[in-house]
Design a protein around this ligand. Structure first.
Ligand code: IYR
Length: 226
């Protein structure tokens, strides 16, 4: 197999800011991303055409191991497919909350008020099933192993969550476990691993979220200077 030639180009579209501008931008970004909340009460309103694709394009710019982009985002908007996902996810969650989850896990979930009922899977207009690909296929049909797959998929999903937030949509990261049923519904091959379901849309009027003031760890706890 021929290797791709190593080609460099001048760094395109880079912008450096003055120190003042940089700080202002960093603080503004923080203020905006800090408004993001995980929402469980979704309105049934559809999202405007093109918005999901625009957000997915942003996710697709994420860095990844050897730039192999080991992700696939399956968009589920069909109401019957969302209803089926809800049924199958709730069946798993009933087992989880009904005995499969260790007590310590249920204890840390208690403040979130989650349970086996997942109406948002039907109410929200968009579900994105995020799949991780441990290998891919080159244009010539040969197989290429992927590296740092969970890291890369996590980074791209973070971009996607930020893109949805930036566009004024709310999201919920849902992880029914196991969730192999997503392969069949999304018609993805068995070697792709479903990592999570991102629920996206608008909050229901009057949507409520857990009280959370101060619950994000302070900088001194999440960081240290070496
Ligand atoms: N998958 C379950 C449990 C759950 C687990 C974690 I970690 C959460 O942050 C929230 C829920 C559920 O979706 O209810």
């Amino acid at each position: 197999m021929a290797t791709t030639p190593f080609v460099l180009e001048p760094l395109p579209a880079y912008r450096e800011y003055t120190a003042d501008e940089a700080l202002t931008r960093a603080q503004a970004f923080h203020a905006d991303i800090a408004r993001r909340r995980t929402v469980r009460d979704f309105d049934t309103r559809p999202v405007p055409a093109g918005l999901v694709d625009a957000c997915l394009r942003a996710a697709g710019t994420a860095p990844s191991g050897a730039n192999l982009q080991p992700w696939h985002f399956a968009i589920i908007e069909d109401p019957a497919a969302r209803r089926r996902i809800r049924e199958l996810a709730e069946a798993e969650e009933r087992e989880f909350y009904g005995g499969r989850a260790p007590k310590a896990w249920l204890d840390v979930l208690a403040p979130l008020g989650t349970d086996a009922s997942k109406p948002f899977l039907e109410d929200a207009p968009v579900l994105i099933a995020v799949f991780a690909q441990k290998s891919g296929t080159r244009p010539d049909g040969t197989v290429v192993k992927h590296y740092y797959v969970p890291e890369s998929v996590g980074i791209a999903t973070g971009f996607l969550i930020a893109a949805f937030h930036h566009a004024g949509l709310v999201t919920l990261t849902h992880t029914p476990s196991p969730m192999g049923f997503l392969n069949e519904i999304c018609r993805r091959p068995a070697w792709e691993k479903p990592m999570l379901l991102l629920v996206a849309g608008y909050p229901k009027p009057g949507a409520r979220v857990p009280v959370h003031g101060g619950l994000k760890k302070p900088l001194a706890e999440i960081s240290s200077r070496v």
